[in-house]
Design a binder for this molecule. Structure first.
Ligand code: NAD
Length: 325
């Protein structure tokens, strides 16, 4: 017995097979895991639609602690479930899953993306996701200062509070540090925080205190639900631009952000770099091409920001409309 407990949610296949990462997490209950899978799969449909990839939206979640409960048996059992769907769902990495895990799943199914480049895949999507978030953050800062979007602009004098220093958050810090931004960081994994402080001269803060920091930009890069009726009033930052999926904890939060004049870069638009990278997979895959396509995230966001300010509607509302169309 592999002990696998998982949900695969296929939300929409209008544009192609449902492509979305597999998350492994210690959910408190099956209901919580199912809700996560359903919300994440919808986010994937919207993400693919706005990014213009030939895929639909889907997502998988495995219940369990990835550090303690992930075994080859479990991954293979998951691979057989994916295979049984006959290609309607294509899996990839998400929180708690690595490129090596995809290699193991590949034993059982052909419907896997994000494999190593040596196996014909596009590798770990996280660095490209981080680059897309960096480009989106640049677009938001440029919009705030009434400047044209430039992914190569310097960010001296800009302070960014980064929540979560995992695969994406840490790589985002690298880009931000190189561009001259000041960093305030937090993670529940203390060694990661210490590493960021050393490498990027970042200032560390407690996990809960990240919302109260004196930053220009808040970059949620941990799990979903960071923006709630409890946390938004505490934000001093006038921009939210981060990698996490499902950042808005409740309906009405996008409007609350807009009322407080916080410029919100919709999560599924800014964090699409990973799926853009995967959509470039194939015989002619090139990282340079994937990065160049990912830079367009900044342009898409700039259009959304302008439309939002012209109409008075929230940025989330505008991007949802684009996705549904
Ligand atoms: P990861 O698991 O590598 O990193 C998550 C980090 O957040 C970990 O270091 C964890 O310790 C930390 N964390 C968890 N709870 C926290 C809390 N309360 N406060 C501070 N830190 C906390 O995951 P990742 O791949 O970096 O993804 C980060 C987010 O971006 C997720 O929401 C993921 O769904 C989203 N995302 C990732 C990708 C990708 O390519 N990896 C693509 C799109 C979206």
């Amino acid at each position: 017995m592999s002990g696998l407990r998982a949900f695969i949610a296929i939300h929409n296949t209008t544009h192609g097979p449902g492509l979305g990462g597999c998350r492994m997490w210690s959910y408190a209950s099956e209901e919580e895991a199912l809700t996560d899978a359903l919300r994440l799969s919808q986010g994937m449909s919207y993400k693919h639609a706005v990014a213009g990839t030939p895929y639909g939206g889907a997502k998988a979640v495995i219940l369990g602690n990835p550090r303690e409960e992930k075994t080859e048996d479990l991954l293979r059992a998951f691979g057989r479930c994916v295979e049984s769907l006959g290609g309607r769902y294509v899996t990839a990495e998400d929180v708690g899953m690595s490129v090596n895990d995809m290699v193991c799943i590949r034993d059982q199914t052909q419907y896997v993306a994000g494999l190593p480049t040596s196996m014909g895949g596009s590798g770990d999507p996280s660095p490209v996701t981080a680059y897309g978030v960096f480009c989106g953050l640049q677009a938001a800062v440029a919009f705030r200062h009434d400047r044209p979007y430039d992914p190569y602009a310097k960010l001296f004098g800009t302070t960014v509070a980064v929540q979560g220093l995992g695969n994406v958050g840490y790589a985002l810090c690298q880009y931000l540090h190189k561009a001259g931004a000041q960093l305030i960081v937090t993670d529940i994994n203390q060694p990661r925080v210490e590493q960021a402080c050393r490498e990027f001269s970042a200032t560390a803060t407690e996990a809960e205190a990240i919302y109260d920091t004196d930053a220009d930009v808040f970059a949620p890069c941990a799990l979903g639900g960071a923006l709630s009726s409890e946390t938004v009033p505490r934000l001093k930052a006038s921009i939210v631009a981060g990698a996490a999926n499902n950042q808005l904890a409740e309906p009405g939060i996008a409007a609350m952000l807009a009322r407080r004049e916080v410029l919100y870069a919709p999560d599924y638009v800014i964090n699409a770099g990973g799926i853009i990278n995967i959509s470039c997979e194939g015989e002619s895959y090139s990282l340079e091409q994937a990065m160049a396509r990912t830079e367009q995230i900044g342009g898409t966001l700039t259009e959304i920001f302008h439309k939002s300010s012209d109409t008075g509607r929230s940025t989330a509302d505008i991007s949802d409309e684009i996705a549904r169309r």
